[in-house]
Design a protein around this ligand. Structure first.
Ligand code: PXL
Length: 287
């Protein structure tokens, strides 16, 4: 029996303003009683989503010595979870972290872009090599843009048929991970859903989202963090996807009601208590 909270090595950037990456990963997982040990890939003044010229300090050189230190300490981690990466070399560093903790749940959020476009700091080479991280993952959490980049297929902005999304999920599973969770997929039946795929069981899942006409940075980070916290807490994949979907709905609708600048992210602070209260699940369905 684990006599302490589960521990996650979280390899992400720290963006000071804009509520993304470690700024939201830390409080989200802490609220779920998970210990987060941040390995900071870069420090930025803000995220790169429309707040102008960012101050960017790359910390690639610290990643290998940090891992060596943790190994000297003999620390154990139940999960290694990577996200936004600041340079090509960091992909190699992440591969070293995953290899160092083979028993940990390997979660790769292949942060590369959104709305059909890569983020401006992501080079085509970085996008190509992100597949190597997906190959060692137990769980990947791409949005549709990132799924298309990982598969090397063109992004399609029109709603997708069920057979098309199942094929995308299955092909993502073939890259290596047992579990795939894909966010914000517009389906041909008019709904927007978060989807799940368990390759070993052959199950496809959907949790439909309430549509809000606004998009906020950091929601992918919150989604993946809630998934991590849920799975470490013993939830099944569909339960974890439902928990993450419902939490984001609350955070997005709360924020939308204030009409605040979307670039400032979601008002996580007002919503974290939801993660600390017991829930029952009734919205996941087979796809
Ligand atoms: O939420 C993903 C993310 C993480 N880190 C930085 C970003 C973004 C998305 O824009 O800019 C620095």
């Amino acid at each position: 029996m684990l006599q302490r909270p589960p521990r996650v090595l979280a390899i992400h950037d720290l963006s000071g303003f804009g509520r993304c990456s470690l700024s939201v990963i830390l409080p989200t997982l802490s609220a779920m009683k998970v210990q987060v040990c941040p390995v900071v890939t870069a420090v930025l003044s803000t995220h790169t989503g429309g707040l102008g010229e960012v101050v960017f300090r790359d910390l690639t050189e610290d990643l290998r010595p940090t891992l060596a230190h943790y190994q000297r300490l003999g620390l154990e981690f139940e999960c290694v979870y990577s996200g936004f990466l600041g340079s090509l070399a960091q992909i190699d560093n992440c591969l070293e972290y995953y290899a160092a903790y083979p028993d940990a749940l390997a979660v790769v959020d292949p942060v590369m872009g959104d709305h059909g476009r890569p983020y401006r700091t992501y080079t085509p080479e970085m996008c190509r090599r992100m597949g190597e991280l997906a190959a060692v993952a137990d769980l990947i959490t791409p949005n549709l843009t990132e799924a298309c980049i990982l598969l090397g297929i063109p992004y399609r902005s029109e709603p997708l048929r069920q057979s098309d999304v199942k094929s995308i999920l299955a092909r993502l599973g073939e890259l290596g991970p047992r579990y795939v969770a894909m966010t914000g997929v517009e389906l041909a039946d008019g709904s927007i859903a978060n989807l799940g795929y368990d390759r070993e069981r052959g199950d496809y899942w959907r949790v439909d989202c309430v549509y809000v006409p606004a998009s906020y940075p950091g929601t992918g980070d919150i989604f993946a963090s809630v998934l991590v916290g849920s799975l470490l807490g013993g939830d099944s994949l569909p339960m974890a996807i439902e928990r993450a979907t419902r939490f984001l709905e609350i955070a997005i609708r709360t924020t939308f009601s204030y009409g605040s600048d979307t670039r400032y992210g979601v008002m996580l602070e007002s919503c974290l208590n939801w993660l600390m209260t017991p829930q029952t699940f009734d919205r996941y369905r087979l796809l």
